[in-house]
Structure formats: structure tokens, C-alpha cells
Write a protein that binds this ligand. Structure first.
Ligand SMILES: C[S@@+](CC[C@H](N)C(=O)[O-])C[C@H]1O[C@@H](n2cnc3c(N)ncnc32)[C@H](O)[C@@H]1O
Length: 343
């Protein structure tokens, strides 16, 4: 498993605007500007590396992690203790090329290109061999796009969560949600953004570390000061097997949501490289029947299971879905607790 570390786009955008301001007011010469950008970029990378190492240390101290630097300058190396704890290896493959391309861009004073070049490189990702990178960024890219254009309260996922009766829940008709298969946090983010309180549970240590890192970055980002601050405040994360979590110390929750890795999930445009990479690391979730049973025993209101179109329902010895919601590629099987249909 390889962790690929680069600074977040939000932080670098901030950095770039400082850079632009400095160059507009001609406070510093070109070479100094360049050194300043590099120094700040490096400081961001080092902070991010430390944060991620901490998340990994608490979640999967036994995991072998290889850090590949793509910084223009070497980072401060982790301490020997950290290297020993994480089995860390250290590589700096791209230094020269990146530095050269940045210099060329700064040389032409094409700051827009420099900003684009940098922002294209800025993410934290996990790269299993022979497959795509996995990175989580709630504030930019696909997740931000889905938040803006995903369809709001009318989208299938959101309708599947249901609504509580107003009389018995006067403060909010939105059910509280436990996302028992949090993965890259995409579905949880959509729900939290629309007002649902979402507890995410993820059992894989590395995926959970990436998620924790992304959440922490988003929570501390300047952009999260506005309406997004409330969204991230509604999201929490537990690193555990959901079945154990639900059976051990059952949380009070209305809707439990499950999106287990499906064995034959095709590489559609939607799943793309990220899911393929995740699938390569995790393999299919072969214990979904057990999780479904624990979820039905715990949820107060409903259990929702996301399945690819045409996939069979998850086997349960006693129950069938009460109803379903279909979208072009996906089906949501809904188990309404009060109205469970026995087989
Ligand atoms: C298909 S992904 C979920 C994708 C997620 N809905 C999203 O929008 O990013 C499935 C994830 O569920 C996790 N998972 C499966 N069974 C689990 C369990 N019993 N407890 C906790 N996590 C589980 C897997 O490790 C994997 O990360």
C-alpha cells in the first residue's frame, strides 16, 4: 500500500492568492517569490504528512506505508520512531521535474498556469499497485460538484432515507443516519450537506485515516466557515466494524445506510479508478448478510441498502425489503422497521 501525499487544493489556493498579491504589489523579485511558494508549499505538505501519520498511527499501526514525496523540496524526514512505527519508506522521485516545470512557469510569469499546475497536483491519495489513486477532498472536485448539482432533496439516495412523522419529531423530520459502510464518505457528505446528522463507520484503517484526514482538513478550512461548517459539524467518524459496533453498544439511530462493495461492480464511469482502487485493496464485502441483520436489529426507523441495478437483494433469513427506489444504475432496498415483511 502506498500513500501519496500532497497538500490540499484549498490550502494551496490560499497560498497562491498570497503569492499573486505579493507579485502584484511587486514586493519581491521573481526568484524570491518562487522560493516563498516552495517554502510555504513544503510547510503545508509537512503538516499534512504529520496529520496523516497521526491518523494512521491510531487506526492501523501495523500497516506498511510507503510515502512518496512529490514536493519540489524534500520534506523534513519523519523521526526514527515514526519510521519504525509505520514501517515507513521514503522516496523522492519527482523533485527535479516538478521543480523545473514550476520554474519554467514562474519564469514566464504565467501565474494562472502555475496555479492550475499546482492545484492539479494537490491531493492526498492512496495508490494500490496497478490501479488509480484514491483521494478524499470534500471541498473540491467530484464531491463539491455532486453537492452543487446532485439534485438536492429529490435525489434517490436522499428520498430513500425517509422522513419522520412531524407530530412525534417536531424539531426535525430528517432521520439521524448511521452510514455503516462509509468508504470515501461521498454519500455521507451528500446527506450531511442536506441537513442529516450522519455518523460514518468504516472498518478499513487506511480508508478511515484518509476520511478522518479529509474531514479534519475540511473542518479547519477557511472555506468551511460558512454554510459548510454546519455540514462538517454534522459528520462524525468511527473506525470499527459496523456489525461489532451495532451489536456491542447499539447507538440510537433512525436510519442505517449500507453500501457494501459489490463483487461484480463494473467499472462504470461513476465507479471509475477510485472505486476500482478501493476494491483492489478491500475486495468484495462478503459479510453483508450479517451486517444487514445487525442493522435491522438496531435501526429505529429503517435500513437502506444500496445495490447495483439488477443485483439480488442481500440474503436475510427472515426479511425482505419493504420497498425499493430505483435509479438508472442503482437500486435502494428499504427495510421499514415497523412494516418488515417476513419471508
Ligand atoms: C462501496 S464502499 C462505500 C462507498 C461510500 N458509500 C461512498 O459514498 O464513498 C464500501 C465501504 O464499506 C466498508 N465496509 C464494508 N463492510 C463494513 C463493515 N461491516 N463495517 C465497516 N465498514 C464496512 C468497506 O471497507 C468499504 O470502505
Amino acid at each position: 500500500m502506498t500513500i501519496h501525499i500532497q497538500p490540499s487544493q484549498a490550502e494551496t489556493n490560499k497560498l497562491m492568492s498570497q503569492f499573486e498579491h505579493a507579485s502584484q504589489t511587486q514586493q519581491i523579485a521573481d526568484k524570491q517569490q518562487f522560493e516563498m511558494v516552495l517554502a510555504k508549499l513544503n510547510a503545508i505538505m509537512e503538516n499534512r504528512l504529520q496529520a496523516l501519520l497521526n491518523h494512521l498511527q491510531t487506526r492501523c499501526p501495523q500497516e506498511k506505508v510507503l510515502v512518496i514525496e512529490s514536493s519540489a523540496e524534500p520534506y523534513t524526514q519523519p523521526t526514527e520512531d515514526q519510521q519504525a512505527t509505520h514501517n515507513l519508506a521514503w522516496q523522492t522521485p519527482n523533485n527535479k521535474t516538478l521543480k523545473k516545470s514550476l520554474q519554467t512557469l514562474v519564469g514566464t510569469e504565467n501565474q494562472d498556469s502555475l496555479a492550475t499546475e499546482l492545484s492539479n497536483l494537490l491531493f492526498l491519495s492512496l495508490i494500490p499497485q496497478d490501479s488509480g489513486e484514491v483521494s478524499i477532498d470534500f471541498l473540491h472536485g467530484k464531491k463539491a460538484h455532486r453537492r452543487q448539482f446532485g439534485g438536492g432533496m429529490g435525489q434517490h439516495l436522499v428520498r430513500a432515507m425517509g422522513r419522520l412523522e412531524k407530530q412525534s419529531h417536531p424539531s426535525s423530520s430528517l432521520p439521524t443516519v448511521l452510514d455503516a459502510t462509509a468508504g470515501l464518505g461521498g454519500d455521507s457528505f451528500v446527506l450531511a450537506n442536506l441537513g442529516f446528522s450522519v455518523q460514518m463507520v468504516e472498518r478499513d484503517g487506511i480508508v478511515s485515516a484518509l476520511l478522518a484526514d479529509a474531514l479534519q482538513r475540511a473542518q479547519s478550512s477557511h472555506q468551511a466557515e460558512d454554510e459548510l461548517a454546519a455540514t462538517f459539524a454534522r459528520m462524525s467518524l468511527v473506525t470499527k466494524d459496523s456489525r461489532q459496533y451495532l451489536l456491542g453498544n447499539p447507538p440510537k439511530v433512525d436510519t442505517i445506510y449500507m453500501d457494501p462493495m459489490y463483487p461484480e461492480k463494473k467499472k462504470s464511469a461513476a465507479t471509475k479508478k477510485e472505486m476500482a482502487a478501493l476494491q483492489q485493496r478491500l475486495g468484495p464485502d462478503l459479510d453483508s448478510e450479517l451486517l444487514l441483520d445487525a442493522a435491522i436489529k438496531t435501526a429505529n426507523y429503517r435500513v437502506v441498502v444500496k445495490r447495483p441495478k439488477g443485483a439480488p437483494v442481500i440474503e436475510h433469513p427472515n426479511y425482505l425489503p419493504t420497498t425499493e427506489i430505483k435509479s438508472p444504475n442503482t437500486r435502494y432496498d428499504i427495510y421499514v422497521i415497523k412494516a418488515l415483511k417476513t419471508k
